[in-house]
Write a protein that binds this ligand. Structure first.
Ligand SMILES: *Cc1c(COP(=O)(O)O)cnc(C)c1O
Length: 376
């Protein structure tokens, strides 16, 4: 027997909003560009299986993941579209990745050689994307030293591997266009050195922010992530539809007298008679602990301040001025109630982090309740 998933705390995910955000990317980059939704880290915490199911009708070219394990999980779900693994794959994961038909990214001559060795043993010809480092610095062949590595890549592409893609990753597209132009130009310099580029080589550069700021660089394909999931992409840019909301029940209500203290460290003290509501959600669910004494929750359409420190399993809000709250009522920690809204970027801002970390930090204790999964 299992409990009602909405008994304690849960996440609601709107498939229609996810599809809407995908179509906004499509409008921006045009009908020709391939769209590769990034579904790494369980689709930024929302659930990879459901995300893929929700997006199927939108016609993505394939999917991007970070690890071989995530790629294998997509295959287990029955996904037959191309899947690209964007982080360097540890040597002993290359074989299972190739056996599942995953496309690998290569960042060094050594990693290319290893892929060739393994695929040779398996009797397959692997599909690889060449990662060019144009300023991100964490992976990729250095754009400045093409003479050292490009001849080796070209040689490998004459039979040892199928060179299907070439890409770079933007470091500051959410902050403006200038760095995107620089990174694009650096990648073009490399491509310009190819006398006989492989037929159908897929160039892909743009993340979410780039897909809106500089759609002229959509080239062959784009790789959006955060915008699909409802995270903002910088000032002055289109705002995505909210996809995720987070809810928790009121489990206890207390009348505090002046001087009553609250929570670990007793960091909050009632300044007069107050009414407090305890919500069944805490940092063990991924609610950032930094929201203690500064965040808020919505109850009955009213914004109520989070008071005291957030515990692992519980959070307290001040409902002194909110009539009619009872045990069992549903609070919204992230999302909309009436005129009030708490966005994932609001939460991230208060917690001193980014929407990506808030979303991927929501733990498995919160059931993901999908709405509209199989279309309108
Ligand atoms: C995560 C990731 C993206 C998506 O970036 P967003 O900012 O979420 O749109 C694109 N490309 C690569 C290589 C990534 O790792």
């Amino acid at each position: 027997m299992s409990t009602n998933p909405e008994a304690r705390a849960w996440i609601r995910v709107r498939a229609d909003a996810l599809r809407h955000n995908f179509s906004r990317v499509r409008e921006s980059v045009g009908p020709e560009a391939h769209i590769i939704p990034m579904v790494k880290a369980d689709a930024y915490g929302l659930g990879m299986a459901e995300t893929v199911r929700a997006l199927e009708s939108e016609g993505p070219w394939g999917y991007g993941v970070a690890t071989a394990g995530e790629g294998l999980a997509l295959r287990d779900l029955g996904v037959e579209d191309p899947v690209i693994v964007f982080c360097p794959v540890p040597e002993d994961s290359v074989e299972p990745a190739l056996a599942a038909g995953l496309q690998l990214t290569v960042s060094s001559v050594e990693s290319l050689d290893h892929v060739i060795t393994v695929s040779g043993r398996m009797g397959t010809v692997p599909e690889v994307h060449v990662d060019v480092d144009t300023g991100m610095g964490r992976t990729g062949f250095d754009w400045r030293t093409a003479s050292e590595w490009l001849p080796r890549v070209v040689e490998a592409s004459r039979g040892d591997v199928r060179w299907v893609g070439c890409y770079t990753h933007l470091h500051s597209a959410d902050e403006g266009e200038a760095s995107v132009h620089d990174q694009w130009t650096r990648l073009q310099e490399i491509l310009g050195l190819l006398t006989d580029p492989p037929a159908g080589l897929m160039i892909h550069v743009l993340n979410s922010a780039g897909s809106f700021r500089t759609p002229e660089y959509a080239a062959v394909a784009v790789r959006p992530g955060i915008f699909l999931y409802g995270g903002e992409i910088g000032p002055g840019q289109p705002v995505p539809e909210p996809v995720v909301s987070v809810h928790a029940r009121v489990v206890h209500i207390s009348d505090a007298v002046e001087g009553a203290t609250l929570g670990y460290g007793a960091t909050y003290t009632a300044t007069g008679p107050e009414r407090w509501a305890t919500l069944s959600i805490g940092y063990g669910d991924g609610l950032p602990r930094a929201l203690g004494n500064c965040g808020s929750a919505l109850l009955g359409g009213v914004r109520t301040p989070i008071i005291g420190r957030i515990s692992m399993d519980m959070t307290v809000v001040d409902i002194t001025h909110v009539p009619g709250v009872g045990v069992g009522d549903v609070a919204t920690l992230l999302g909309t109630e009436g005129q009030e809204v708490i966005t994932v970027d609001d939460v991230a801002g208060l917690a001193g982090t980014i929407s990506y970390e808030v979303l991927t930090g929501l733990t498995q204790r919160l059931p993901r309740m999908w709405m509209g999964l199989d279309g309108p």
